[in-house]
Design a binder for this molecule. Structure first.
Ligand code: WTA
Length: 632
């Protein structure tokens, strides 16, 4: 390693600088002559081997060192990072923190009823993980097998994921709101012999019979030999020969479980995407690159520091939960919240009451929830003390300006950076976000802004530097992620994006939502920003409007106002041809609008709605169908 890489604990003397750039500089390494974020970013893409090699050595604990930082050839679909290296992800997330701070809280389980949270230390989480790892081995689970986990956010779910990692099995976490058919599809596809679940879930004050859903699913899954059942509630459930009482059996196991040395590119987990675009597809993430990237982004995008409480309110069943509830924060020795409830239980102040009670420093949520909450008014936020908050994050879809401003001004009292983070299940970690950057650097509302270290975005069908196009990442050469959709050497994201003249990125929506009106390309996000609703196109623009709770307005007055707003803010050609007011939109359980369903309704093809297993509220579709009419 060249001498110009020096550990940051040599301090600013080593850097030869008198000002603090630590908030955007990986502690691992500082490069002499690199004095700011843009210099470090350039270094990360131009000298990516040196950048990632040094960061990987510093941030991860290796059982054997890697000999090659990267060995990638996109044209052959070959993506290999840190070859020769062996490590265990659970050791990186647990054992090394137990050595230095065993009593630090790893997990705060924010249970459904406010005020009943449970704290689990690193020592306790390691014990749970080892017992579970030993139990899985006793049940016949071997290195390379895939275990399906169908549980709500809870410490045993995290321990199950880490137990798989410890013994070299892959996990396949299925969101515990999916139907038995959706679960069965995923179990069959992953060929799991073991499923881990809970007797019942509790969410929004309601009890959900998860074990019963598993029973129905496994009837059609011949691969399943055993179902481990944890007890979330005290209610007993019928157990069959196949079922294993998890806590009881786990307590018979030892608290020491030898970690398996895994190759950098061995599979860590499978995860099926939400299915908002038809049949779900299973994605694979591997060990070292994934862990390194989630840990680095967690540290720098959110400016997470030791001792902070990180509150990501996603479900562990999504990639956001995997990367920013479990792997990123735990790899960093952080304290991470497991949120079991909903944003409106017992009332719309839930998030902010929790922020006050748990002292959350970084809050990471979805625009769909922010939009929902802003409809209820500011008092629900202002009733609670949010002075602990330092960074507010957003993920999942474009955040429209009104929601961004509200999040920033009301939730963050105007003092917390809002980081709109763009990424995908495929990428595994945040690719574009306003931070890290120089601490005072500008953030434009509604823009994801800057590529992270090692990420080199490209807009594929644009000819000019400033412009619009389909976002692709030519990152195979630059950062340790391993998604393989080779297209001319790019990873094709399927999202439309706009790059400003300053070089900032704005995501304008999925490619299939980028609509062509009279030859003009329009992103749905752009229109939604103006009318705060959703749009779909046939030969014109069809707008579905969801009104704020307090708004009472005649529909034809509303239609007229919307048309004027759109023509003022975008252009006349973008004016809606159809407007329909609905109570709610058909959304997936992760909050994404099911635009393909809206499209079918608009096209009057309601017999071909396709797979609705991921739909959150089936009534929303009926309502949209029955209200389908022309208004303007
Ligand atoms: C969308 C979620 C705009 C995008 C992490 C992407 C976003 C898809 C943003 C991936 C954002 C996610 N701004 N759009 N900040 N974040 N998306 O796989 O269309 O559930 O391709 O991963 O969500 O969704 P996924």
């Amino acid at each position: 390693m060249r001498q110009d890489w020096i550990p940051l604990n040599c301090g600013e003397n080593g850097l030869g600088r008198s000002y603090n750039i630590a908030s955007c500089m990986p502690e691992a390494v500082a490069f002499q002559g690199v004095s700011d974020h843009s210099g470090l970013y350039k270094f990360s893409v131009n000298e990516s081997d040196r950048f990632w090699g040094a960061v990987a050595r510093q941030r991860l604990s290796w059982i054997s060192p890697f000999h090659t930082v990267q060995n990638c050839d996109f044209s052959q679909g070959k993506i290999k990072w840190f070859e020769g290296g062996k490590l265990n992800v659970s050791v990186n997330c647990l054992d090394r923190h137990v050595q230095t701070c065993p009593e630090r809280v790893a997990l705060i389980w924010e249970r459904d009823e406010p005020g009943t949270e449970v704290k689990i230390t690193y020592r306790q989480l390691l014990e749970l993980t080892c017992r579970l790892g030993n139990l899985l081995k006793r049940q016949g689970v071997r290195r390379g097998d895939c275990v399906t986990i169908y549980m709500p956010p809870c410490p045993l779910a995290v321990a199950s994921m880490l137990a798989c990692a410890r013994i070299g099995a892959a996990h396949n976490v299925v969101f515990a709101g999916f139907s038995s058919e959706a679960l069965a599809d995923r179990i069959r596809d992953a060929q799991s012999s073991t499923v881990i679940t809970v007797n019942q879930g509790v969410r929004g004050g309601k009890v959900v019979d998860l074990k019963r859903t598993v029973d129905q699913a496994v009837q059609n899954c011949p691969s399943v030999q055993q179902v481990l059942v944890a007890m979330r509630t005290e209610n007993t459930v019928a157990m069959t020969d196949r079922d294993v009482p998890l806590e009881e059996e786990m307590m018979k196991e030892d608290v020491v479980c030898e970690p398996v040395a895994m190759d950098s590119e061995d599979v860590l987990f499978l995860l099926y995407t939400s299915g908002s675009t038809g049949k779900p597809k299973g994605l694979v993430h591997t060990q070292a690159g994934y862990l390194l990237y989630t840990s680095l982004t967690h540290r720098y995008v959110f400016n997470y520091h030791d001792g902070d409480v990180f509150g990501c309110v996603a479900d562990i069943g999504w990639i956001t939960g995997h990367s920013y509830i479990v792997y990123g924060p735990l790899c960093n020795g952080g304290t991470t919240v497991l949120f079991e409830s909903t944003p409106v239980y017992p009332n719309p102040g839930r998030y902010w009451e929790m922020v006050e009670r748990l002292g959350i420093n970084q809050f990471y949520g979805a625009p769909t929830a922010i939009r929902l909450l802003l409809k209820y008014g500011d008092e629900w936020v202002q009733n609670y003390n949010r002075s602990s908050l330092k960074t507010l994050g957003s993920v999942g879809e474009p955040i429209n300006t009104e929601a961004w401003e509200w999040y920033h001004r009301v939730v963050g009292d105007g003092r917390c950076p809002v980081v709109d983070t763009w990424w995908q299940t495929e990428t595994g970690g945040i690719c574009i976000a306003p931070r890290p950057s120089d601490p005072e650097a500008e953030i434009v509302p509604g823009m994801a802004m800057r590529p992270f270290y090692g990420i080199k975005p490209a807009l594929l069908d644009t000819e000019v530097v400033t412009g619009d196009g389909v976002l692709a990442l030519c990152y195979n050469q630059y950062c340790p992620l391993n998604c393989a959709t080779p297209l001319l050497g790019f990873f094709f994201t399927g999202d439309g994006a706009h790059r400003s003249k300053e070089g900032y990125y704005q995501i304008v929506g999925r490619l299939d939502d980028v609509i062509n009106v009279s030859g003009h390309r329009l992103g749905t996000a752009e229109l939604e920003d103006v009318v705060v609703c959703t749009i779909i196109i046939m030969f014109g623009v069809y707008v579905f409007v969801v009104l704020k709770k307090a708004v009472m307005v005649e529909e034809d007055v509303l239609a007229q106002q919307l048309r004027e707003m759109v023509s003022r803010s975008i252009a006349k050609y973008a004016c809606p041809d159809f407007i329909q007011v609905v109570r709610c939109l058909p959304k997936t359980r992760s909050g994404k609008i099911m635009r393909r369903v809206l499209r079918k309704v608009v096209e009057r093809n309601t017999d071909e709605l396709g797979d609705l297993s991921t739909l959150d509220d089936p009534d929303s579709v009926h309502e949209v169908i029955s209200g389908h009419r022309r208004l303007c």
